[in-house]
Design a binder for this molecule. Structure first.
Ligand code: DX5
Ligand code: ZN
Length: 227
């Protein structure tokens, strides 16, 4: 295995009434990061939660709280999410006209900075900010909902991005439709942080979490076999 694979369960697919226990339990079952999907009902056609939820989760997350901001505008909320305790803030290329300014603001607020690409957004759109991020999130579904099927054209796109990154220390995060059947494909193409919602939280519960651990191991094994 040449690249370590990280698994980042998305709590979007978990019990909204029990997120604190969900985070602690899924970390105990092998999650590397906790992926938190923030949606505004405007940039994407769904609503989830804001900085108050991130602050409430903070004491329950020991690993990395990976906050995916599907909101536009994004700049006015960066400070609030940083103060809430996010470790990483990932903003979309499409969220505003000044990606460079957004990434400066994230770093200035003390968070690790990531950038996300929608399925129709070319990899070239991040070419000139590569030195400002250590993670690029490739959306492999249209953002807004869990449980969608991976878009196959994303696979060559991931490979193009991996080639463009070269030897820079930048992780490629894959978000959408990752399960044991697709994990090997996205890892082979160049992905190394695999977000998975429905494929992790399928079956099992806080009271019976073994299924979550088995699901994480199945995704990790399928990915590790290809890197
Ligand atoms: C989609 C979100 C994803 C989502 C993935 O807009 O960004 O993180 O939760 O869900 P699955 O793994 O079910 O495709
Ligand atoms: Zn996400």
């Amino acid at each position: 295995m040449s690249r370590p694979i990280l698994i980042a369960p998305s709590i979007l697919a978990a019990d909204f009434a029990n997120f604190g226990a969900v985070c602690e339990t899924v970390e105990a079952q092998g999650a590397d990061w906790i992926h938190v999907d923030v949606m505004d009902g405007h940039f994407v056609p769904n609503l989830t939660f804001g900085p108050a939820m991130v602050a409430a989760l903070r004491p329950h997350v020991k690993t990395c709280m990976d906050v995916h901001l599907m909101i536009s505008p994004v700049d006015p909320y960066i400070e609030a999410f940083a103060e809430a305790g996010a470790d990483r803030l990932t903003a979309h290329v499409e969220a505003g006209p000044h990606l460079h300014r957004t990434l400066q603001a994230i770093a200035g607020a003390g968070c690790k900075a990531g950038v996300a690409l929608n399925p129709a957004t070319p990899v070239e759109s991040v070419h000139d900010i590569l030195d400002m991020v250590d993670l690029i999130c490739v959306m492999t579904v249209n953002p807004g909902f869990g449980g969608q099927k991976l878009i196959p054209s994303a696979l060559p796109k991931i490979a193009r991005l991996r080639a463009m990154i070269g030897d820079r220390p930048i992780r490629i995060e894959i978000d959408g439709g990752v399960d044991p059947a697709t994990a090997g494909l996205v890892a082979a193409a160049g992905g190394d942080v695999l977000v998975a919602g429905s494929a992790v939280f399928r079956g099992g519960s806080v009271g019976a979490p073994d299924a979550w651990g088995e699901n994480i191991r199945a995704i990790r094994q399928a990915a590790e076999a290809e890197v």
